[in-house]
Design a protein around this ligand. Structure first.
Ligand SMILES: Cc1ncc(C[n+]2csc(CCOP(=O)(O)OP(=O)(O)O)c2C)c(N)n1
Length: 325
């Protein structure tokens, strides 16, 4: 899939939106405005935006514990996302989910998930639902390199391949599973080559190059829409920040982050746009100012929103009350 000029500019704005949102969330978390844990995706924006640029709004996305960028790229509301991080009633999950349990069905974002590789086993189910409803939608499950070493990854890919589900498995490989390096935890060289065990296509791409991501995922999505079944895409990237906010990162050297910054996905796309005469400094400044404005608005909205009422803790639950009618 080759995005045209307008889509490229949209993708640039989306990458900046993810970057600046995450940086702002970081500041707010450090300042005590956001409770709980947050896992940020600074440096990994090309995966979120490349995947979502290959999807339609009515396609589905299953995300991870590091999912803010995925929701933003899928078109989710910044207000509802920021309010959810704050635990406010106006959040996309009424303030009861928080960072690791954000969801927004209105844009097909079926949820972040604190259980590693959970999206991989949900994907064949979503695919089955698409098949039964006879639509041409597609589901993408994003998961980390650590998640790829869990059983649900293999179960999900196996079942999706067996059912020729309209699913795409995207491994967002940032080299680390928390504090454990991929080199000491992952057998077989590449994660993409695991696709061969299930008879589906598998490809590795530079996950800091948004055009490479959109091309690979676009091809996999087109194949899934044609009813030819699932594919696996491994996007290799680098996380710039800690595993979670507050992580002292004693397990890795500063050279890796420097490498990541040297391959900045936002800067790379900007360079492509400039080379193609699609963007100049004034236009870039306007895009940045507009995105900052959206984020300021989202923060103001979250700050002004009320916390959920205590009684809301008993709403939206799947519960069986045998003593009730
Ligand atoms: C089933 C399960 N086991 C362990 C954890 C604890 N845990 C949270 S994040 C993480 C590392 C995840 O690494 P990866 O899948 O590569 O994603 P990344 O954090 O790099 O985005 C672990 C072990 C968990 N959330 N779920």
């Amino acid at each position: 899939m080759t995005p045209g000029p307008d889509q490229l500019l949209e993708m640039y704005a989306a990458m900046l939106r993810v970057r600046l949102f995450e940086e702002r969330a970081r500041e707010l978390y450090a300042g005590g405005r956001i409770p709980g844990f947050i896992h940020l995706s600074v440096g990994q924006e090309a995966v979120a935006v490349g995947v979502c640029a290959a999807l339609r709004r009515d396609d589905y996305l299953l995300s991870t514990h590091r999912g803010h960028g995925h929701l933003i790229a899928k078109g989710g509301s910044l207000r509802a996302l920021m309010a959810e991080l704050y635990g406010k009633a106006s959040g996309c999950c009424k303030g009861k989910g928080g960072s690791m349990h954000i969801a927004d069905a209105s844009v097909g974002y079926l949820g972040a998930n604190g259980v590693l590789a959970a999206g991989c086993v949900l994907a064949p189910g979503v695919g089955l639902s698409i098949q039964m409803r006879k639509t041409d939608q597609v589901v993408v499950a994003i998961f980390g390199d650590g998640a790829a070493n869990r059983g649900p990854f293999h179960e999900g890919v196996n079942l999706a391949a067996l059912w020729r589900a309209p699913a795409v498995f995207v491994c967002e490989n940032n080299r680390w599973a928390s504090t454990t390096a991929q080199a000491v935890s992952t057998a077989g060289g590449s994660i993409a080559q695991r696709a061969a065990g299930y008879g589906i296509p598998g490809v590795t791409v530079d996950g800091n190059e948004v055009l490479a991501v959109v091309e690979a995922v676009g091809e996999a999505v087109a194949r899934a829409r044609r009813g030819e079944g699932p594919s696996l895409v491994e996007a290799q990237t680098i996380r710039w920040l800690g595993h979670y906010e507050g992580d002292p990162q004693l397990y890795r050297g500063k050279d890796e982050v420097a490498e990541g910054r040297g391959r900045d996905p936002v800067g790379r796309l900007r360079q492509v746009l400039e080379e193609r005469n699609l963007l100049d400094a004034a236009h870039a400044a306007r895009i940045e100012a507009a995105v900052k404005g959206e984020i300021d608005d989202a923060v103001a909205f979250a700050e002004a929103s009320p916390l959920p009422d205590a009684r809301a803790a008993f709403e939206d639950l799947f519960a069986f009350y045998p003593w009730r009618d």
